[in-house]
Design a protein around this ligand. Structure first.
Ligand SMILES: [Mn+2]
Length: 304
């Protein structure tokens, strides 16, 4: 990859119940991300943080709920629009957007910023399916909805800030999934989204899975957006995440996945976001440091 990297922090926690992921961008910067990227020869510019409304004094239910539950809908919409514009302009300048979350609702912005100029595949590393809609969500938290939003499912259909027509469901591939709500199981059966669960990784190994996943995600398209929710990893490795789930990817599996991704799809990669780092739940910033390492691996860092 020979494009300069531009970092953008999105200190967003309106999409999650547990506070703290708004501090993710700072923790990842403290983890040394820019130095690591420069260490592998990438020019790196820090574009600062997007402005995100604070939840204090806001009514989560104020802005209409898209026919169901969607907390802080209006604020989330504003932030995602802002992020989509930013991602788009970074890409138009020929640079690579590396987005630091924040909760996973921000992927609605990154995804839209990547797909306005032609079809894009998506690789979604996560413990969760993130494909609830306001109609199926048990919690109303939008960080459980970004895949549904990008695909324009249910009440997201016709919502221009959410639905990204440039992302075909058949080019969306999820890896590491280990917990799904009932509504999400139905949704995933109805769509062409490909899901690799942790069981698939156990049985076939991360290398084979990522190889296949990249082929599916980039089939017939020339761009790939990669979204890394740090809860893809096991909480033993990444305790500081918004919604930890046991039984996740190991340290080596996560690195192998990122390394292979770079090997196979460095030219196609059009944006990367690293989300759901929660410094309040972390141990001495190790989850944020791991986020830096994995981002560097995805952008070409190698042992030798
Ligand atoms: Mn997620």
């Amino acid at each position: 990859m020979n494009r300069p990297v531009e970092l953008v922090g999105v200190p967003m926690d309106l999409g999650a119940d547990r506070r703290g992921v708004d501090m993710g961008p700072s923790a990842i910067r403290y983890g040394g991300l820019a130095d690591q990227l420069e260490g592998i020869g990438l020019a790196c510019r820090d574009g600062g943080d997007l402005t995100v409304p604070r939840p204090e004094g806001l009514d989560p239910d104020a802005s209409g709920q898209l026919g169901g539950k969607a907390k802080y809908l209006e604020e989330t919409q504003t932030v995602c629009r802002r992020l989509a514009d930013r991602v788009r302009s970074i890409r138009e300048e020929g640079n690579f957007p590396l987005i630091l979350g924040g909760d996973h609702s921000i992927a609605i912005g990154t995804g839209n910023g990547c797909s306005h100029d032609g079809e894009t595949g998506v690789l979604w590393f996560d413990a969760h399916g993130d494909i609830n809609t306001p109609a199926t969500t048990p919690s109303g938290n939008i960080h459980g909805m970004p895949v549904a939003a990008l695909l324009g499912r249910g009440p997201f259909d016709g919502q221009s800030w959410a639905h990204a027509p440039g992302i075909p469901a058949s080019n969306v591939v999820q890896i590491g999934i280990r917990t799904l709500d009932d509504g999400e199981k139905t949704a995933l059966r109805e769509t062409d989204v490909t899901v690799y669960t942790m069981t698939d990784i156990d049985e076939r190994g991360i290398t084979e899975i990522v190889n296949e996943a990249v082929d599916i995600a980039t089939h017939g398209v020339d761009k790939l957006y990669v979204s890394l929710d740090m809860d893809f990893l096991d909480p033993d490795e990444a305790p500081g995440v918004g919604t930890p789930v046991r039984g996740g990817a190991s340290y080596r599996e996560a690195h192998a996945a990122m390394e292979l991704l770079y090997e196979k799809a460095a030219d196609e990669m059009s944006a990367l976001d690293v989300v759901e780092v929660n410094p309040i739940l972390d141990e001495h910033n190790r989850t944020a440091e791991l986020a830096c390492e994995l981002a560097a691996s995805a952008l070409g860092d190698r042992v030798l």
